[in-house]
Structures are given as structure tokens and as C-alpha cells.
Ligand binder design. Structure first.
Ligand SMILES: Cc1cc2nc3c(=O)[nH]c(=O)nc-3n(C[C@H](O)[C@H](O)[C@H](O)COP(=O)(O)OP(=O)(O)OC[C@H]3O[C@@H](n4cnc5c(N)ncnc54)[C@H](O)[C@@H]3O)c2cc1C
Length: 583
């Protein structure tokens, strides 16, 4: 079967006029291997059928077939064009990621532990090493040296110099960065699966915790001590990891600011999780480095599938089912949907389970804008500008805009693809981010990962559409000459038609390729009857079980969440340490 993959990857490379090389085929194959089980199964079935057709019609297996004959086989499957186009798009996205983002990423050694059976018991275990897990593990290690184990399902790898090279998706992103909800409202989503979690792959844009948001959270869930003032000392700790860029603004940033100031003064140039040299202040470079220097113990490549409580201890079963870890106090920091999934699978929560099955995305629509001047190089970083004129309805910012990300949505659209190839240096992607809709987690017995669906109501879709129109006006005020909404079935030739015609012809949000990089909610935190955990993340009706990550955020946030996730994690773990709540 694997050999069909080589053939089909080579076919996609040739069809898209990229340079065929064994490296590109090998990396792409590795990447496809990481995809979701259901998507991979669909690809296997498709290639299996193509192979049968190849034998029947050309008397050769697919692996020996001349690549130019594959389109003929595909034509025979015309009834399945929708699925085949989706599969082709996945192959194309992956091949492009590795073709244009060639930087290699090295595996780093952090002295990962080899634990004997005796050593598998710890006083504290922190599960998940993203921003929330890094804060929790470091604070515990400072107070209780040598008594903490940090477990992470991913590996530790170097931080690339370029924005999102192909190998980063294989080594650091959950399922290669290609995931989608299984519902009519299909939303592509991503998260980190490596030492440092989301902080290793994100843009590190920082928003301080929003006062109104904290107030609403406290009111909605009866959460104690959640004022901005009480959070202040923890916010300071988070802000020590951020820097406001002072270097001269790029041409694109200047255009963005000019456009935003044109209609209102509600514009921000955000600080980022960067050091003074402009290098990423991810968790593995900061808090986790400190944790390791203090001899904090780490177990990488261990995915925990189940937890249970017995004899006053929490037990954690890892994927290989051989290792059993135990502790007195367990802190779950796996990030929203993964924390929820683990609690659901382990059948720990009986009350308020319906909240545990819910989560929130920040759905984004994207629009490509083209300018008269060149304003990007291949694999450039994003700009830290945000238009907050329409907050709390939506925020407009810049998304990854390198060639591979521009073309990924337009594989089958020859006119747009050609236009992008000719003009990509003059192009940038805008995202408009909303806090709308609600997600649901399905926890199926044979599936280790959660299956996600997402629902956007009619009124949500109307808000998305209105936001789209306002975004178009804003982008025009940045002096963009051509606008291309990232949307399926866009019958549009940017060389011949004015984009206004296309924009005016779009009457709703149907076909827009929605995506989200922020996943939040599931574990309601407060004192009222809807809560799963108390005001500091301790799970009700359990001894020594805590949740301390992005799943605690159940109130609409919209702003970039890492700063808030970390400040709350500091608050909760400091409360734990201060009150010695050890069972
Ligand atoms: C592409 C991208 C861009 C983003 N940009 C920004 C931005 O600019 N600014 C911002 O504020 N936020 C941004 N975010 C969001 C931000 O990264 C997250 O809000 C933040 O990382 C959440 O932290 P967390 O600790 O709750 O979860 P995570 O960072 O997801 O960490 C959870 C960790 O737990 C591990 N894990 C999960 N399940 C298990 C298990 N069963 N066993 C063992 N380990 C497990 C995972 O591998 C992961 O490392 C971005 C996210 C992405 C994906």
C-alpha cells in the first residue's frame, strides 16, 4: 500500500509543476502518516480503488503506471469528485508545505528519564507541557524540589528560524496540523503536540487578561477572586516573557496601521512572547528550561489514555499500557478538548458532564490581499498588528502568508493559483477572528482522539458575513488592489475581474474555509451549580485532582489566549501551594 502513496504523491507534485525529489516524497509520506485515522482510511480506500482500476484498464499496478495516465483513472470516479478533490487538496497542502518550507528541525535531548518501577510514584504529576503545564510544573518544582514529574506526549525539537517549515508540522503539530471538525460547519483546527505545547508553534501574540472578560467569568460561574487586581502579580510574571517590538515597522505593518487609523484609532501593535533578540520565548526556551535546570523530571513521548483513583493515589496509564505512574496530586494541563477527552474517557466526572463535552473555537475567515509593492519574502513571520475597532464582535489581524499558505486553498482554481504564483511577494493574508458557535466532543470507544463537531447558528453565520464585509472595507483602506476571500468554488479570475464584483456576489458565508487555532473550554471553574472545578481548578468530588489549562476558559474571550491561560495557571497553582491542599 505504501508504494501507492509514493506514486500518488509524485503525481500531485508533477501535476502542480513542483520539483520531484525523493526527499519531498519521503517527507510528504511521513506527514500523511500522521493524519487523522478517518482521513487516512479514506485515502487508503481511494488509492486501493485507483490501483484496482489501474490493473483492470492498463494491466499495471498503480505503482508502475505512467503518472500521466492517473487523470484518466480519476475520471472514472466522477461520482466521487467532491471527496477526491478534498483528498487532492490534502496531498497538495502537504507537498507544498515541504516544498517551500525546507528547514530541518533537530531532535533535542533533555535528559528524558528512564524510570524504574519504584520511581513511578511522585508526589505531583503535571500532565501536558504547554504554557499551562510549564507554569504549573515550574512553580511546584520550586516549592517541592524533586517531587514533580512532567509528562508530555510529544518530543522536544529545535525552534526553526523560518515560519512553519514542513518538518515542524510533522514533529510539533497535533496530527501534522491537518484536522477538521466532522460536521456541516467544517472548521480546520490545530494545536501543539510537543514539549512546550502550543507555545512552540504559535505566533506568540500577547493580550493581557481582559477586565470585562474576567468580570463576566466571575459573574457567570460564581468564581472567587478573579478581579484584574488580584491577577496582577501573575500577569506581571507572564509579561516578563513578552517584548514589544521596537525595530522599524515593515511596509505591510505601516499599511495595516494606516488603514486601521483611517477609520478609527482602535489599533494595537501587540507585544509578543519574544526575547530582546527577537527569538521566540516559547516554554521550552524559558519556563521549561528553568524547570530542567532545577532537575525537574520529564517523561516525553508518553500519551496518557486513562486516569483512576485507588488507595489514595492517582494512577495514569500510558499508551503502551506497560507504564503506570502514580501520584498524590494530579494536575491535568493537556489543553482544551484533550483534557476534556481524558476526563470523559476515564469516567471521572458525573455531575455537569454536558459542559465537559463542550468547547469553543475562535473561528477565523481569511482574505488574501494583493498590493502594488512587494512586501514579503518566503517564510516571513506574521505582523503583530491588530485592528480592534470591531472588538468584541471580531478582531482583524495578519495570518501566515508565505506562498505555500496562499496557494493551499486554491489547488483546483487555475486562475487564482496562477495569479498567486505571479504575485505572492505582493500578497498578505488577513484573518478576521470571532468568538462564535459551540463545539461538541464525541468520545468513541475505539478512537483514542476526540472526534469534534462544531455548530454555528444562523445568527452566528450572519455575524460572520457582516464581519467579512467590514473586513473587506478595512483591507481596501490599507490600499490593497485585489482581494481574494479564502472560499471554495470562487469563480474568479483576478487578472480580468475586479474583486468588487466578486465581493458583491458573495451573499453569505457558505463555502468559506473556516479555521481556528484557539481551542478553549469544557471545565467550568467556579462555585455555582454548573461548575466542574472550584474557583482554583480543583475538580469537585475528587481528592487531589486539578485542571489548570485552557479548558478552564468558558466565557467568550476572543483575544489571543496564551497570556490569560498562563496568568490563571499561575493564580491557581500559587493558591494550591499557599493552601497546601495536598491529599
Ligand atoms: C498555530 C497556533 C497559533 C497560535 N497563536 C497564538 C498567539 O499568537 N497568541 C496566543 O495567545 N495564543 C496563540 N495560540 C493559542 C495558544 O497556543 C494556546 O491557547 C495555548 O498553547 C494553550 O495552552 P495549554 O497549556 O492550555 O495547552 P497546549 O499548549 O495545547 O498544551 C497541552 C500539551 O499537553 C500535551 N498533551 C495533550 N494530551 C496529552 C496526553 N493525553 N498525554 C500527555 N500529553 C498530552 C500536548 O501534546 C501539549 O503539549 C495559537 C495556537 C496555535 C495552534
Amino acid at each position: 500500500m505504501q508504494i501507492y502513496f509514493d506514486t500518488y504523491i509524485s503525481f500531485i507534485i508533477k501535476e502542480n509543476k513542483l520539483k520531484l525529489s525523493p526527499r519531498l516524497v519521503c517527507k510528504s509520506k511521513k506527514h500523511i502518516d500522521q493524519l487523522d485515522f478517518l482521513v487516512k482510511s479514506l485515502i487508503h480506500i481511494y488509492l486501493f480503488i485507483l490501483n484496482i482500476l489501474s490493473v483492470l484498464i492498463f494491466f499495471k499496478p498503480l505503482s508502475n503506471l505512467d503518472l500521466s495516465k492517473i487523470p484518466k483513472l480519476k475520471k472514472l470516479l466522477f461520482l466521487f469528485t467532491f471527496f477526491i478533490n478534498k483528498i487532492d487538496q490534502i496531498f497538495f497542502v502537504i507537498v507544498s508545505m515541504h516544498h517551500y518550507g525546507e528547514e530541518e528541525i533537530t531532535d533535542l535531548n533533555i535528559g528524558d528519564l528512564t524510570l524504574s518501577d519504584k520511581e513511578c510514584h511522585f508526589k505531583f504529576i503535571v500532565l501536558g507541557s504547554g504554557p499551562s503545564g510549564a507554569v504549573t510544573a515550574l512553580e511546584l518544582e520550586k516549592k517541592y524540589p524533586g517531587e514533580v514529574l512532567l509528562i508530555e506526549r510529544g518530543l522536544h525539537n529545535s525552534i526553526p528560524n523560518t515560519k512553519h517549515p514542513g518538518e515542524e508540522f510533522i514533529k510539533k503539530w497535533y496530527r501534522g496540523g491537518i484536522n477538521s471538525t466532522y460536521s456541516l460547519d467544517m472548521i480546520a483546527y490545530s494545536s501543539g503536540a510537543c514539549f512546550g505545547g502550543g507555545s512552540e508553534i504559535n505566533s506568540g501574540l500577547y493580550h493581557e487578561p481582559d477586565e470585562e472578560f474576567l468580570q463576566k467569568w466571575g459573574d457567570e460561574y460564581g468564581t472567587k477572586n478573579l478581579s484584574k487586581e488580584s491577577l496582577e502579580p501573575f500577569v506581571k510574571k507572564v509579561e516578563a516573557l513578552t517584548t514589544k517590538q521596537t525595530s522599524e515597522k515593515t511596509l505591510f505593518s505601516s499599511k495595516f496601521e494606516e488603514g486601521a487609523r483611517h477609520s478609527s484609532n482602535e489599533y494595537s501593535y501587540l507585544p509578543r512572547f519574544l526575547n530582546e533578540n527577537g527569538h521566540r520565548n516559547s516554554m521550552s526556551e524559558t519556563l521549561l528550561k528553568d524547570y530542567i535546570q532545577r532537575n525537574g523530571k520529564v517523561k516525553l513521548e508518553h500519551e496518557i489514555h486513562k486516569i483512576y483513583y485507588k488507595d489514595k493515589k492517582w494512577f495514569l496509564k500510558s499508551k503502551d499500557r506497560k507504564t503506570l505512574y502514580s501520584c498524590e496530586s494530579l494536575f491535568i494541563c493537556c489543553g482544551s478538548v484533550f483534557t476534556n477527552n481524558l476526563l470523559l474517557k476515564s469516567r471521572i466526572i458525573n455531575k455537569n458532564k454536558k459542559y465537559l463535552k463542550r468547547f469553543k473555537f475562535h473561528p477565523m475567515i481569511k482574505v488574501i490581499a494583493s498590493y502594488d509593492e512587494e512586501l514579503q519574502e518566503i517564510n516571513d513571520d506574521i505582523a503583530a498588528d491588530q485592528n480592534i475597532e470591531f472588538y468584541p464582535k471580531f478582531i482583524i489581524g495578519n495570518a501566515s502568508s508565505s506562498l505555500q499558505f496562499l496557494i493551499s486553498s486554491f489547488q483546483k482554481n487555475i486562475f487564482i493559483k496562477e495569479f498567486i504564483f505571479e504575485n505572492w511577494k505582493k500578497m498578505k493574508v488577513f484573518h478576521t477572528t470571532f468568538s462564535l458557535g459551540v463545539g461538541r466532543i464525541y468520545n468513541l470507544p475505539l478512537f483514542k482522539d476526540p472526534i469534534l463537531t462544531y455548530y454555528l447558528s444562523k445568527s452566528d453565520k450572519k455575524k460572520l458575513y457582516e464581519g467579512f464585509l467590514q473586513t473587506m472595507s478595512f483591507i481596501k483602506s490599507t490600499n490593497a488592489t485585489t482581494l481574494i476571500p479564502v472560499k471554495d468554488n470562487l469563480s474568479y479570475n483576478p487578472k480580468e475581474n475586479k474583486s468588487d464584483l466578486v465581493i458583491n456576489s458573495i451573499k453569505d458565508i457558505k463555502g468559506f474555509q473556516l479555521s481556528s487555532v484557539h481551542i478553549l473550554g469544557g471545565v467550568t471553574m467556579g462555585e455555582n451549580i454548573n461548575c466542574i472545578a472550584n474557583s482554583y481548578g480543583k475538580v469537585f468530588d475528587t481528592n487531589g485532582l486539578y485542571v489548570n489549562d485552557s479548558s478552564l476558559i468558558n466565557t467568550p474571550l476572543l483575544k489571543n489566549p496564551q497570556g490569560t491561560v498562563m496568568a490563571i495557571a499561575y493564580r491557581n497553582i500559587n493558591n494550591f501551594i499557599a493552601s497546601h491542599e495536598i491529599y
